[in-house]
Design a protein around this ligand. Sequence first.
Ligand SMILES: [Zn+2]
Ligand SMILES: [Zn+2]
Length: 227
Amino acid sequence: MEPFRKDRLYSDLLEASAKPGCPICRVSLAFVRSYLDNTMYERVNDGEVRAELRNARGYCNTHAWMLSEGRGVVLGTAIIQRDVLNTVLEALNVEPPGRGTRHHVQELLRRLRPTAECPACVNRRVMEDIAIGTFLKYLDDPELAAALDSSDGLCLPHFSRALELVEEPGHLHRLLDFQRRALTKLRNELAELIRKHDYRFTSEGLGKESDSWLRALGIVSAERGAR
Ligand SMILES: [Zn+2]
Ligand SMILES: [Zn+2]
């Protein structure tokens, strides 16, 4: 990894760790957004990109709708979707094989089936691994460690991926320590939220635990749109 990217990622992670939710989700969402923007602005006429999207039958649900939230995406989206619809129409244009409806349907389904994965998902996975690698590498950096101290931890999908990628025993130890602390804190906030839902304690009013249920959704199932 070239130094620029490493430094840039480190500061992205540092910033993300000081905000609510999984820092890898946050960084990865920003990567995917800029990947989609870049595709729309610079790569819509790239034959390879267009072929990938035709083969994938467009973006997956998450990335299709994320794309729609970008600026200046009308023309690019129209070009890509027209391409995909042309492919779908071509797939439908098959003569009935003359062996009954079931065979016809099976042939249609075969021709409609994507032969490639959503390219934004492929890109997201690559960038996630780079971000997790940087995260592990800088786990003992004092500034990052301080930011992580008040964070909610990694979401379960990214924590599992970090466990798959971690190599050094010191890094594993710090990862487990950090995650255990973060999850314990969040679990305790949930317990406090549940306690205050008891009619005997509702007068106490809610504190920082008030949105713990939402943060827990992100930590257990990854942040919205990040997976
Ligand atoms: Zn995550
Ligand atoms: Zn996708």
